[in-house]
Design a protein around this ligand. Structure first.
Ligand code: DP6
Length: 322
């Protein structure tokens, strides 16, 4: 078999967080999550099935990659090979137009783009939910980047819940370090589930926050979405911290204090934090410039990336041939 396709996908930020996995195989989240896919930042990935290759190969941002990242990519390609009934090896070339240490999960856009490009290069015409299922097995948050706008991941299934226009939202990513995080989200949630005295409380609370946030989103209630997103992030980090997993730094907390000071000053700004030290501020488009100016004055905030809600993953080139 030979085949070639290029797909593009964007990172996403969870408003209600996924943290923890169900027991058993398949990488199924223990709690539902709801994210917004971001415009303006992208991973572009090409996949070429070539009978002349003697092994799979992966290049990320111009560098040939081996070890764990290659192993994870091969895991995804193997599932597609099984479905397509082929053993042909693939060459994968992937590029992010945002820095990997930017606090934006490159695994989400990376596996979403890889899933779509691999499926199409193999000549399969899968619907988005099946592509999302494939992406989820490699990195659960990647399932959400298959769809645009506001996206829910509940159990094994990801689905779009509201278009990108549903909320007049801007995300300000406050970059606080250029270093990559030391504890991956997979490892961090593993330790939390095994060792946190508050993990059971998180499992009870997260679905409640998620469902309330989903309702607020569908009602277009910006304030309530923001308040619930901040609550979700803090509950997630509280459960992780109780197991010794600390992602926040002084700069994260200084930015959080500034977000709260903005609220006192009448700006509807809310905070969310993922498995790293970069705070993401949720703000209305009309107040984004004011919020950005205030956050750039926070000690430890190196730079700010502004993003709006965006589209899902799509094929931009190529057709697979069986
Ligand atoms: C804090 O999707 O990176 O960003 O499924 O193990 O690859 P794996 O984890 P990953 O976890 C994301 C955690 C989070 C919250 C979220 O995006 O919902």
């Amino acid at each position: 078999m030979s085949g070639f396709a290029v797909a593009i996908a964007h990172p996403n930020i969870a408003l209600s967080k996924y943290w923890g996995k169900r027991a058993g195989a398949g990488n199924v989240p223990a709690v539902p999550s709801l994210s917004v896919t971001l415009a303006g930042l992208a991973t572009t990935t090409s996949v070429t099935f070539d009978p002349r290759l003697t092994a799979d190969a992966l290049e990320i941002n111009g560098v040939e990659v081996s070890g764990e990242p290659l192993r994870r990519a091969i895991g995804l390609v193997d599932r597609v090979r099984d479905a397509a009934g082929t053993r042909t090896f693939a060459r994968i070339v992937s590029r992010n137009d945002f820095p990997t240490a930017s606090g934006l999960a490159s695994s989400a856009s990376g596996f979403a783009a890889l899933a779509l490009a691999t499926v199409r290069a193999a000549g399969l015409d899968w619907p988005a939910d099946r592509v999302a299922d494939l992406a989820r097995r490699s990195s659960a948050s990647a399932a959400r980047s298959v769809f645009g706008g506001f996206v829910e991941l509940e159990g094994e299934a990801a689905r779009a819940v509201a278009p990108k226009t549903a909320l007049d939202l801007r995300v300000l990513v406050c970059v606080t370090t250029e270093e990559e995080k030391k504890v991956s989200s997979t490892d961090g949630m593993g330790v939390t589930s095994r060792e946190s005295p508050y993990y059971a409380a998180w499992l009870e609370e997260a679905p409640r926050i998620h469902h309330a946030l989903r309702e607020a989103l569908l009602a277009g209630d910006f304030e309530r979405v923001g308040a619930l997103a901040e609550k979700s992030a803090l509950a997630m980090h509280a459960s992780a911290m109780a197991a010794g997993i600390v992602y926040v730094t002084g700069a994260t907390l200084a930015a959080l204090a500034e977000v709260r000071a903005m609220r006192d000053a009448g700006i509807s700004a809310w905070a969310t934090i993922d498995a790293g030290p970069h705070l993401k501020c949720l703000v209305r488009a009309s107040e984004a410039a004011a919020a950005k100016a205030r956050l750039s004055g926070v000690p430890g905030v190196l730079r700010i990336i502004e993003a709006a809600p965006g589209d899902g993953a799509r094929v931009i080139e190529g057709e697979g041939r069986a």
